[in-house]
Design a protein around this ligand. Structure first.
Ligand SMILES: C[S@@+](CC[C@H](N)C(=O)[O-])C[C@H]1O[C@@H](n2cnc3c(N)ncnc32)[C@H](O)[C@@H]1O
Length: 404
């Protein structure tokens, strides 16, 4: 909005002078401003839209999710293995933060041991189905085959603790010790399960939190980080320069292609593909006016999002090698942008490209990470982290697909 000029501006300035009584509000605006229809702020439009759609989708869960989205979100500190990680880890632990990835990996190992994987099976009190909708380990459960990258470490404060991390400080070589991000953003990266020397594509990579997490696995043989926005790809370079040493940076290529064309550019080449698409960024949309997709002028763009998401996911599937794996993710609760996009992509892959795509079961993530995140148990495909006041991460939807 243009800054008020003339009398209105003068009145506004006078109103802020300390010691003077504030100018009555009715005199602050020109008369014609007061008679134009009030512009509804984009966050209010977003909230109204979500009240209509998510109250149906999430039903009795929606009021709690709504309250959480309107409160300050929680962050996780992704430890930078390229800096002095041990020292930083000690400092974070002194603050009572814990690495939720190592915790989950330890938990998985315990279950594997008590289930006798690789040895005689013992009965575990955790078998069967959890009352909260979580799947507890049975002999065939993916939980017992779960492997989490032990290299990725992300510290969070305990449930209900809303302490905040200080901004990261550079080490003696100028490399930053941790990266602050929504800890739920790490789940799509963990779901991708990068294996040594994998060729990895991050199709919509900017600003680069997940790209950095992919590099923390230490397993990427090559990482192609792409984002259509040239200004946002600059943020990728910024992250690479602030967190990653030169020899690792050399394994990363940064490009600014329209991701929808990727399948044609370099089809069938990647072992792992992350498709972290643009979406309604629900938390941002209910909180911030700036760059809000619910702004009236962006209605068309918002309505076209599922189509763009579908095209990007299709490009991701085509970029993967046979048997390659693709993780699709959004930070929206919307079924239209989540499961529906995945379903349509599977359908199109089969009918138009003759490619069979399977959905990988990630339900064990609910069990592994139940201490850190609140999961929705009603997703037909993929997993969804719900914001909650005691664990205010997300929303984060992620679904893993495997190309046959
Ligand atoms: C949710 S953000 C990605 C966040 C990123 N993965 C991270 O973890 O920091 C979505 C990104 O998609 C990019 N984008 C939008 N349309 C695209 C397209 N057609 N091709 C590639 N990237 C696109 C946007 O510029 C935006 O940076």
């Amino acid at each position: 909005m243009a800054a008020p000029s003339g009398r209105a501006a003068v009145l506004l300035r006078v109103g802020r002078v300390p010691g003077l009584s504030p100018v009555p509000r009715r005199y602050l605006y020109k008369k014609k401003w007061a008679t134009t229809a009030p512009r509804i702020p984009a966050p209010r439009l977003a909230l109204h839209h979500f009240d209509t759609t998510y109250s149906l989708q999430l039903q009795e869960l929606w009021p709690a999710v709504r309250s959480a989205m309107l409160c300050e979100q929680k962050y996780g500190a992704l430890l930078n293995n390229f800096a002095c990680a041990d020292l930083t880890a000690q400092r974070l632990e002194l603050l009572s933060a814990t690495d939720f990835v190592s915790e989950a990996a330890r938990r998985a190992r315990c279950w594997q041991e008590s289930a006798g994987v690789g040895g005689e099976r013992r009965k575990t009190s955790l078998e069967g189905s959890g009352g909260d909708g979580t799947t507890l380990p049975t002999e065939t459960s993916p939980l017992l085959r779960a492997s989490l990258s032990s290299n990725v470490k992300c510290y969070t404060f305990p449930r209900g603790d809303i302490s905040r991390f200080h901004p990261a400080r550079p080490d003696s070589l100028g490399i930053l010790s941790y990266y602050l991000m929504d800890a739920a953003s790490l789940l799509p990266v963990l779901a991708l399960n990068v294996q040594p020397d994998d060729f990895v594509l991050d199709l919509c990579a900017a600003p680069g939190g997940k790209m950095l997490a992919l590099l923390q696995t230490g397993a990427c043989g090559h990482l192609a980080a792409n984002d259509v926005s040239i200004s946002r790809t600059k943020r990728l370079y910024h992250i690479l320069n602030s967190y990653v040493p030169k020899e690792v940076r050399e394994t990363v290529s940064v490009t600014s292609h329209d991701g929808r064309d990727w399948g044609e550019l370099q089809g069938g080449t990647f072992h792992k593909v992350l498709v972290d698409v643009p979406c309604t960024t629900d938390r941002h949309s209910v909180m911030e006016e700036e760059n809000n997709i619910f702004h009236k002028m962006r209605t068309k763009e918002r309505q076209m999002l599922p189509m763009l998401q579908l095209q990007l996911l299709m490009a991701g599937i085509l970029a993967a090698k046979p048997e390659g794996e693709v993780v699709y993710s959004t930070c929206s609760l919307s079924q239209l942008q989540n499961e529906h996009v995945v379903e349509r992509a599977i359908d199109i892959a089969e009918t138009q490209f003759g490619i069979t795509v399977h959905i990988e079961d990630l339900s064990h993530f609910r069990t592994l990470f139940q201490d850190t995140f609140c999961f929705f148990s009603g997703c037909r495909l993929g997993e969804l982290v719900l914001p909650h006041l005691t664990a205010n991460f997300g929303p984060m939807y992620f679904c893993k697909l495997r190309r046959a």
